[in-house]
Write a protein that binds this ligand. Structure first.
Ligand code: NAD
Length: 361
């Protein structure tokens, strides 16, 4: 088993270092190889996704990714910006299904801005299509400047599109995931206004005929955004397009208290995957040693389960994270009165300790 380790920028290097320690503590037989990506790769090689990094990613069973981006790259031509590395990896590896679980840990119920009764026991899975939609439509509005902005331009446009196979494959993923959970899928669209999403709704409805044991309902994205804060536990599996999924999964992540807790997986049809925290590179807190590494550590657990066939080791990581939270340790983003504030490194080491203690016990 080979894992490509791509820490990236900002807090990426700090949080990935802790996830690597946790993976090493499991004493499994896999090879990990690190490479530059994002702004760090641009600085060293003039491109956010150098050929060598892409080759390593392609040759690996899974990719453990930190985060990319920093405001200092905002003036670069768009293809050279750090965020393009993620789009490039998704495209080159065919990563079309993004899994973003939003789970509220009992120990963190008070960290949410919602009332405890609304989120206690929350366990939603948002499945976002990753390779189509307005982010990849053609044609896109022509730029008139080289710095990524539009001085003097009168209009700009992006085109929304989805093909039948793209919708079918993500719908299958959602129905199959629902079969392992509570057998309920909500497909989110904007079919009252957009042709692309009337088509989405029709295709999802067609695919549903193959899954009579799973319940399907459809919801407009504006209503879904509202219901997620009004009554989040009514959802189980949510499937949606690239842009709506981008926004709703961030909204869902905040239900659980901190974006620093939420892992994600992006998979292709061979179960090769890219695993990363749901948050970005957080330049505002980089190098301060205060970032929460748990989303990345939990992403490593998803990697073991989905791409490396090591479900038992994934369980060990998740149990260790729960036990560390129960012991009252908190990074600053999830800290509350009566709990103990710890650094990124201390949190990672506490998870390692919980894993090794359990193994010895
Ligand atoms: P962000 O997720 O980086 O940060 C949003 C807020 O959450 C910040 O206040 C940050 O301090 C906090 N935060 C994020 N992760 C945290 C953690 N682990 N622990 C504690 N607090 C945490 O989003 P942003 O500020 O909008 O973007 C910053 C940069 O990240 C931008 O360049 C953006 O393009 C990039 N970005 C990258 C990815 C990715 O690599 N997949 C995703 C989103 C944004």
């Amino acid at each position: 088993m080979k894992i490509a380790v791509l820490p990236g920028d900002g807090i990426g290097t700090e949080i990935v270092a802790e996830a690597v320690k946790v993976l090493n503590a499991l004493e499994l037989k896999f090879e990990m190889e690190e490479a530059l990506v994002g702004g760090a790769a641009y600085d060293a090689h003039g491109h956010p996704l150098p050929e060598s990094t892409l080759k390593l990613a392609k040759d690996s069973d899974a990719i453990l990714f930190g985060a990319v981006g920093d405001w200092k790259y905002d003036k670069l031509d768009r293809p050279l910006r750090p965020e393009q590395a993620i789009l490039g990896l998704r495209k080159n590896l065919g990563l079309f299904a993004n899994f973003r679980p939003a789970i509220c840990y009992e120990q963190l119920v008070s960290a949410s801005s919602l009332k405890p009764e609304l989120i206690s026991g929350l366990d939603i899975l948002i499945i976002r299509e990753l390779t189509g939609d307005i982010y990849f439509g053609q044609p896109r509005g022509r730029r008139v400047a080289t710095d990524g902005h539009f001085p003097g331009a009168e209009e700009a446009f992006d085109t929304m599109r989805y093909s039948r196979p793209e919708i079918e494959r993500i719908a299958h993923v959602a129905f199959q995931a629902a079969r392992k959970r509570s057998k309920k899928v909500t497909s989110v669209d904007k079919s009252n206004v957009l042709e692309t999403f009337q088509f989405w709704k029709d295709v999802v409805t067609d695919v549903h005929k193959e899954y009579p044991d799973v319940a399907l309902d459809h919801m407009y994205v504006d209503n879904a955004a509202m219901q997620l804060v009004k009554e989040p536990k009514k959802f189980d599996v949510v499937v949606t397009g690239n842009m709506f999924g981008d926004i709703l999964s961030d909204e869902a992540s905040m239900l659980t208290g901190s974006i620093g807790m939420l892992p994600s997986a992006s998979l292709n049809s061979q179960s090769q995957g890219l695993y990363e925290p749901s948050h970005g590179s957080a330049p505002d807190i980089a190098c301060k040693g205060i970032a929460n590494p748990l989303a990345t550590i939990l992403s490593a657990a998803m990697m073991l389960r989905f791409s490396l066939n090591q479900a038992e080791s994934a369980d060990r990581i998740e149990t260790a994270v729960r036990s560390v939270l129960s012991s009252g340790l908190r990074t600053v983003d999830i800290w509350s009165e009566g709990t103990q504030k710890v650094s990124t490194r201390e949190m990672g080491e506490a998870v390692v300790k919980a894993i090794t203690k359990k193994a010895k016990g």
